[in-house]
Design a protein around this ligand. Sequence first.
Ligand SMILES: Nc1ncnc2c1ncn2[C@@H]1O[C@H](COP(=O)(O)OP(=O)(O)O)[C@@H](O)[C@H]1O
Ligand SMILES: [Mg+2]
Length: 250
Amino acid sequence: MIERVKTGVSGLDSLVGGGFPRGSIILVSGQAGAGKSVLAGQFAVEGARKGEKSVYLTFEQEPDALRQQLESFSFGKDIAALEKSGKLLIARVQPEYLRLKGKMGALPDALFKARLNISEDLRKDLLKKVKETGAQRVVIDSISSIPLALPREFDAGFVKELIMDLADEMRALGITCVAISELGLSPEWLSRDTYSEFISDGVILLSLSTVGATSTRTLQVVKMRGTKIDAGIRNFEFTAKGIEVEAGDA
Ligand SMILES: Nc1ncnc2c1ncn2[C@@H]1O[C@H](COP(=O)(O)OP(=O)(O)O)[C@@H](O)[C@H]1O
Ligand SMILES: [Mg+2]
C-alpha cells in the first residue's frame, strides 16, 4: 500500500488517490502566472503544519517576495511561526558556481574540470539544505531555472544528468518533492527541459486561458505512478484559502 501525503490543495487529493505517493517527485508545470508557486507553497505549508519538515528552495524569486505572496492566503498566515519553529524553511539557492561565473570565462581549458566541480556544488548546495533540516517535503522552484543559472557552455545533457541525480537522491532520502517547471517551448513537451516529465513520478499541468475578458484556470493530473488518477481537466480558482480545485461530476 503506497503511503499518501496530503497536498494541502483543496480538491487535488481526490484526483490522485488521496495524496502524492510518499517519496515521489512531482513535476508541476505551467506558464508564468499559472499558479505553480502558490500550489507548491500550499504543499510545503501543509507538510510543516503536519510536523513534516518542509523546505522551499527558490532559484530566482526572493524568499521575502514568496512569503508575502503566500501570506496573502489563509494557508500562509502562520508561515512566520512555522519558519521560526524550524518546521518550514524558505531559502534561496545561490550556488557557488554563480560566484565563480566571472572566473569561468577566463578558464576555458579548465572547463571540463569546472563542469564536474559545478555539478558537485549545485548538488551539494541543494542537498545540504535538504539534509540539514531532515526535510520530508521539498519544493524546487524551479528546475527550469537551473540551466539559466549555468554558464552558457553547459549543454542539455549535463543538466539532464544533474536533474536525474537530484531526483535519485531525493527518492533515496524518501522525500516527497514538488519540482516546478515552465512549460515546454513546443506543446508536445510538458517541461522546459523536455525530459523532467519522464524523470518525475507524477506530472500536474496548470493552464491559464483567456477568451475575451474571461480567463479560466485549469489543472490536470497527467500522470502519477502507482495511482489511479482522475486525469480530467478541472477548473481551479484562487480563493482566500489558496488554490481550490473544483470537484468533477464523477
Ligand atoms: N489572491 C489571488 N487572487 C487571484 N489571483 C491571484 C491571487 N494570488 C495570485 N494570483 C494569481 O496568481 C499568479 C501568480 O501565481 P504563482 O503561483 O506565483 O504563478 P507561477 O509560479 O506559476 O508563475 C498571479 O500572477 C496572479 O494572477
Ligand atoms: Mg512561480
